[in-house]
Design a protein around this ligand. Structure first.
Ligand code: GRF
Length: 196
């Protein structure tokens, strides 16, 4: 299955998936392109080092919305993309992309949705909110992405404990580790129908 990854930041989730493909644990999956709204994204750097096309597309490169949407669809077609993975992508995908790839766009969120999601729930904001709520559990959610932040149907979650003395950073690192272990398994299930 031909995959495009959308990422805005460091790209550790992208790297974790790539490692699983390289090690042979995740079969029949190929990352054909990495797309970022941030020209300095670590994810683009990782892609370049692995000879994967690394593409910067944003309001700066494409100030006209219609052209931006059209070129994004063309790009996905050019690489024969069948599955889209959002991995720390800070923007919503254009609705034309969401409808073209219905049930083929996944996102990972660093908390147990439907709580702790939405527009401003990203990065440390999420882990701060979890700690302030007094919840005893957190963990990543993989869900279908739609036109709203963090609202598509939930596919799979992993639970990690919230421990005494946790700071947002410590909890965030624990959740991120669980993300790396969860995302590729969901992809494996979609691509190969197996549940690792
Ligand atoms: C992850 O916590 C992910 O859940 C969220 O953004 C972060 C991306 O981290 N959507 P990375 O760029 O994959 O390291």
């Amino acid at each position: 299955m031909n995959i495009a990854v959308f990422a805005s930041g460091g790209g550790s989730n992208f790297r974790a998936i790539l490692d699983k493909i390289k090690s042979g644990d995740l079969k029949n999956a190929e990352i054909r392109a990495v797309i970022s709204n941030n020209s300095k994204a670590g994810a683009l750097e990782i892609a370049r080092k692995s000879n994967i096309p690394a593409i910067h597309m944003s309001g700066k490169t494409h100030p006209e919305t219609k052209r931006y949407e059209k070129e994004m669809l063309e790009l996905l077609e050019q690489y024969n993309i069948e599955l889209i993975l959002m991995a720390g992508y800070m923007k919503l995908l254009p609705s034309a992309v969401i409808s073209r790839y219905s049930k083929k766009v996944l996102n990972i969120h660093p908390a147990l949705l439907p709580r702790f999601g939405g527009k401003n729930m990203y990065g440390m904001n999420v882990h701060k909110a979890v700690l302030e709520s007094g919840e005893k559990w957190s963990g990543p959610t993989v869900h279908y992405a739609n036109e709203k932040y963090d609202e598509g149907t939930i596919i799979r979650q992993a639970k990690v404990p919230v421990l005494n003395g946790d700071t947002p950073e410590i909890l965030g690192a624990r959740v991120l580790k669980a993300e790396h272990d969860l995302y590729w398994r969901v992809i494996d299930e979609m691509v190969n129908g197996s549940s690792s």
